[in-house]
Write a protein that binds this ligand. Structure first.
Ligand code: FEO
Ligand code: CA
Ligand code: CA
Ligand code: CA
Length: 674
């Protein structure tokens, strides 16, 4: 791949997540035999904008009257705040009566000896002592059960070189593919040198940092004894059924158990025993080089899109070049567990949870004490998974839980047309997962999770992102961000729109409210997009205002009260006339399907996080890749890069670039969020 193409490719997360490919699932093109009508939630259907035209034939007049009455009385939302106006500008905006304070910015000190942030002279050593780039998942591990003192754990998903480093960007005019009489401005990056690559590696990974609320405001405890940076260089251990397998061995590691670093940590989780879970998502971009076509891993890597050569790390670190270290990619794409109580502990890559493009790892204890992890594989036409531990959680003995994630059953979801769900176990020797299909052991099943799930005929989804369980109801919310490549003949009940540009949210009800159940039911909670445009087919309730709808649901959080919060990735001046943000979505009663905008990000950013603390007095949000864009915003109208930024959020200083940051949102004068 040509260097400039690959460097341009690194500009946006959407390149990694949203590449113009058709998806990598070779089985997804099968025709369903017939086009199956979307299975609408009747309530959503009634409230949807298409209701007036399409509804008459399918719903009784009585049902329509009932729906009208509900509207007339005003649906009862469980959220109480004045919503933010949707739009685009260089700043963030939070609902009236709330403060959104910057808690941690890229480059902020995490230790007493952290060097002061100087973006013009950044070094890997300095970066490894500072808050990393592109904050994504935000979790909180309380100290002594407090909602005012604990460890904040934050993933640093990836780096945007054109926004981070001075003097490396050239603006060039390229022919406009849509109109050959015109040109468009594009950015080209200078080839990476070793220092830049090592800064990038140190800016990846995660942060563990002690924080405390003092007089109603959150502070970083810089001398916190457990503060820690995890990077793409941190030593880790591979554990579980695939650990030690030949396919995980490299020239640097003859054991197949020792690996350096974690990359592209998107969403994640916190376990009931207080460990930090980092999910490895788009790992393909970190590998370069070529594998011989007849190499035994060729098909495995093709299914994962490896190598993608987004980053130049392999020029300076052989392990990221598949022609030199052909097994290294098998050591990435896992879920990582970090014991935050010991800042010198070796993070564990838990192979039992499978290898794919892990979006998140939200988890919950089942009725019988098993711990259930919900796992999305973020690729067009890939799958929804869950993992159920073999052992049970012991709330009285932390040590007894520390290796729970090494044994259990990984399941993949089949969303049936009749509204039931089957969780299919990925177990070696069962069904097609045998020697005959190239699976000699459970290690093979886990290393090639996607191929195993293909054989089980799981349901190919519209890019599964975060998945949030609700402990109060036994229901589970699945964010499906979009899939414009789904064709009419590929539409199914769980993915009801072809060319699904705006995504949807599925609600699963596990059988008997038991998260460990292998069956349940499901329905589409929301089809996203602008409900005033009939062709979009969005199903927000009619109570939802022009500010309240969104596209591209990505991360989610169910708060202590069981209320659903959704953050988005991909709203823009061009696509939706709004930036990304945090939306409060009603799931209960009359207001079900109503959405309201609580917070919005500055231009170019994506909204990650979000987290509402157990006492519901603080919301943490992560503003990721701010200033990455602005071409299609009237307020800027050209490519944004270090020397010419669409926003200098959050400092707005001429000598400081835009900085991804985590914000703490509190109610002015104290009180419950929303
Ligand atoms: Fe990193 Fe699927 O978003
Ligand atoms: Ca992202
Ligand atoms: Ca995303
Ligand atoms: Ca994401």
């Amino acid at each position: 791949m040509n260097e400039h193409t690959s460097m341009r490719a690194a500009f946006r997360t959407s390149q990694l997540e949203d590449a113009d490919g058709e998806g990598l699932n070779p089985t997804a093109n099968r025709t369903m035999g017939e086009i199956i009508a979307a299975r609408f939630s009747r309530r959503n259907f009634l409230r949807g904008s298409l209701a007036a035209t399409a509804i008459a034939a399918t719903v009784s007049p009585l049902a329509l009257i009932t729906a009208d009455n509900a509207r007339a009385q005003g649906a009862t939302s469980r959220f109480d705040f004045k919503e933010v106006e949707a739009g685009v500008d260089a700043h963030h905006h939070v609902a009236e009566g709330y403060d959104a304070d910057v808690l941690l910015r890229w480059g902020d000190a995490l230790f007493p000896d952290s060097p002061e942030f100087d973006p013009t002279k950044q070094t890997p050593e300095a970066q490894a002592r500072q808050f990393g780039y592109n904050n994504d998942y935000v979790g909180f591990i309380p100290i002594d059960g407090s909602s005012e003192h604990g460890y904040l754990v934050v993933n640093h998903e990836y780096t945007n070189e054109h926004l981070m480093f001075p003097g490396i960007v050239k603006v060039v005019q390229k022919p406009d593919e849509k109109d050959p009489t015109k040109t468009v401005a594009e950015l080209e990056l200078a080839d990476a040198d070793e220092n830049r690559v090592n800064v990038e590696m140190a800016a990846h990974g995660g942060t563990v940092v002690e924080i405390r609320k003092v007089d109603g405001k959150w502070q970083v405890v810089r001398d916190g004894a457990k503060n820690r940076r995890i990077t793409a260089m941190t030593e880790m251990e591979l554990t579980g059924p695939a650990a030690g397998h030949d396919r995980l061995k490299t020239s640097a590691d003859s054991t197949g158990r020792k690996v350096f670093g974690t990359v592209n940590n998107c969403a994640g989780g916190v376990t009931p025993w207080g460990t930090y879970i980092m999910a490895e998502e788009n790992v393909h971009g970190y590998f370069m080089g070529e594998l011989p076509a007849d190499h035994p891993e060729a098909a495995n890597y093709k299914r994962m899109g490896i190598p993608e050569s987004t980053y130049a790390w392999g020029k300076f670190h052989d392990r990221f070049d598949v022609s030199k270290e052909p097994n290294e990619p098998n050591r990435f794409g896992w879920v990582v567990e970090v014991d935050v109580e010991d800042p010198n502990s070796t993070p564990k890559k838990r192979t039992a949870l499978g290898r794919f493009k892990h979006e998140g790892a939200d988890n919950i204890v089942s009725k019988n004490g098993h711990v259930v992890f919900y796992l999305g594989d973020d690729e067009r036409f890939d799958y929804v998974y869950k993992f159920v531990t073999a052992g049970t959680y012991n709330p009285d003995d932390r040590a007894a839980n520390m290796n729970l994630l090494d044994e259990g059953t990984l399941y993949v979801a089949k969303f049936e047309e009749d509204g039931t769900i089957a969780w299919l176990p990925l177990v070696h020797g069962e069904g097609p997962l045998t020697d005959a299909n190239g699976f000699a052991s459970q290690a093979d099943v886990l290393i090639e999770t996607r191929r195993a799930a293909d054989l089980l005929e799981a349901t190919p989804m519209d890019r599964p992102e975060d998945i949030g369980p609700d402990g109060k109801t036994g229901r589970v919310y699945v964010m499906l961000t979009n899939n414009t490549k789904r064709k009419d003949e590929q539409v199914d009940a769980a993915n009801p729109r072809a060319k699904n540009a705006f995504g949807h949210i599925i609600e699963i009800a596990e059988k008997d409210g038991d998260f460990a159940a292998t069956t349940g039911t499901w329905e589409v909670l929301l089809k996203c997009g602008d409900p005033s445009v009939a062709e979009v087919g969005a199903t927000f309730s009619t109570e939802t205002t022009k500010n309240g709808w969104f596209g591209m649901p990505d991360n989610c959080h169910v708060d202590t009260s069981g209320r659903l919060w959704v953050s988005t990735d991909g709203n823009s001046p061009k696509d939706t006339g709004r930036t990304d943000g945090l939306w409060a979505v009603d799931t209960e009663g009359d207001a079900r399907g109503t959405s309201k905008l609580f917070f919005r990000v500055p231009v170019g950013a994506e909204m990650c996080g979000p987290l509402i603390l157990p006492d519901e007095q603080t919301a943490f949000v992560a503003v990721q890749h701010p200033g990455d864009g602005g071409d299609d915003w009237d307020g800027f109208g050209r490519p944004s890069y270090y020397e010419d930024l669409s926003t200098r959020w959050p400092d707005f200083r001429d000598d400081m670039p835009v900085r991804p940051s985590v914000l703490a949102i509190t109610k002015q004068g104290g009180g419950r969020i929303a």
